[in-house]
Design a protein around this ligand. Structure first.
Ligand SMILES: Nc1ncnc2c1ncn2[C@@H]1O[C@H](COP(=O)(O)OP(=O)(O)OP(=O)(O)O)[C@@H](O)[C@H]1O
Length: 338
């Protein structure tokens, strides 16, 4: 649905060029929710603005629904942009217009009849659960309600793609959750493809199918959310994961425990999370597992369990025990200390 082919964006500045986005390749398939996560300054906003060409890439190609948009005329581009809705961290509502008009005005500008405008405003206000707010002004709404109006406005143009630029960053955790639920509903019921940017791992955890991690304008890791949460390879991805689950033990504690046995992180995916493998382990091998940390991460498409254990016992038997766990498709990472 969205294909970014080797996109770069360079901003000239007095102190030299700034390469905000560097050779990014990203494919978002129809119907998926793809999250781009990165710290401040990573290039997320610039990248998402390249998708609807609010920002012209310095090089590379953008395809929407198979059509290369980077070579279209302004008129042709206007038609493609109708397929793409966008929501923002700051909501971007018209302060002097009611909720109804905030959604209706862009439709009127697109030339829809009064009846069609009315039909769409009613339909999308109902989808975002704000049917009682027609005559309310944005200043009288909470942040979450403002974002719902912005979402209704984006949906009213009946786009195929929704771009979300940090849409939940200004909201408290509970409101964030309700907006994420709404994005899931839009994705599932209206089959709208969503590309979102965020610096919050819980957003990725809750609604994304696939993820790209951006750092200094480059994609440093890309894959399914399950893959990234189960086996984060890049230190920056690992740092993001630490924000939602405490994965780290101190190096000195690990060193101390490694003197007698090994410290290992066991990762269970999906159905594996329910298997009593540690009980089987102690029945079959003369080892004593001691659980140091444990957590379960619920993702949109599955569950991942993490256990960090200390396995005491004879070296050869400990190795066999770890081999047994691998044979049960448990991910094993031996942790080294100082
Ligand atoms: N119009 C511009 N002119 C010059 N430099 C820019 C411009 N827009 C962005 N940059 C620079 O490009 C880099 C990436 O900025 P961008 O806003 O895309 O990052 P971000 O990941 O969205 O950050 P944040 O989460 O803080 O918004 C930064 O170094 C920024 O200063």
């Amino acid at each position: 649905m969205i294909l970014l082919e080797n996109i770069s964006k360079v901003f000239p500045s007095k102190n030299g060029d700034i390469e905000a986005v560097s050779n990014v390749h990203l494919h978002v398939k129809k119907g998926e929710i793809h999250g781009v996560i990165g710290y401040s300054g990573a290039g997320k906003s610039t990248l998402i603005r390249c998708v609807n060409l609010l920002e012209n890439p310095s090089s590379g190609k953008v395809y929407i629904d198979g059509q290369e948009t980077t070579k279209l005329s302004t008129n042709q581009l206007r038609n493609v942009r109708k397929k793409i809705g966008m929501i923002f961290q700051g909501f971007n509502l018209l302060k002097t217009a009611t909720v109804y008009d905030n959604i209706a005005i862009p439709l009127r500008l697109l030339g829809f009849s009064k009846e069609e405008v009315n039909k769409r405003v009613e339909k999308y206000l109902s989808i975002v659960d704000l049917t009682d707010k027609h005559h309310t002004y944005p200043s009288e709404l909470s942040g979450g309600q403002k974002q719902r109006v912005a979402i209704a406005r984006a949906l009213a143009q009946e786009p195929e793609v929704l771009l979300s630029d940090e849409a939940t960053s200004a909201l408290d955790p509970e409101t964030t959750d309700s907006i994420l639920d709404l994005l899931l509903k839009i994705n599932e019921e209206l089959n709208i493809t969503i590309l979102l940017i965020t610096h919050e791992m819980n957003v990725i955890q809750k609604i994304c199918d696939n993820v790209s991690v951006l750092e200094k304008g480059k994609v440093i890791e890309q894959g399914s959310a399950i893959q990234l949460f189960a086996n984060p390879e890049h230190p920056t991805t690992q740092k993001f994961l630490n924000t939602i689950s405490q994965r780290k033990l101190s190096a000195s504690l690990i060193s101390q425990l490694n003197l007698e046995g090994v410290v290992a992180r066991l990762t269970f995916i999906g159905e594996n999370t329910g298997q009593p493998v540690l009980a089987e382990l102690t029945q079959q091998f003369a080892v004593k597992p001691n659980i140091l940390t444990a957590n379960i991460i619920e993702l949109k498409n599955g569950i991942i369990g993490n256990l960090v254990i200390h396995l005491a016992g004879e070296e050869k038997i400990v190795d066999e025990a770890l081999q047994f766990l691998r044979s049960k498709e448990v991910g094993i990472e031996r942790l080294e200390g100082e």
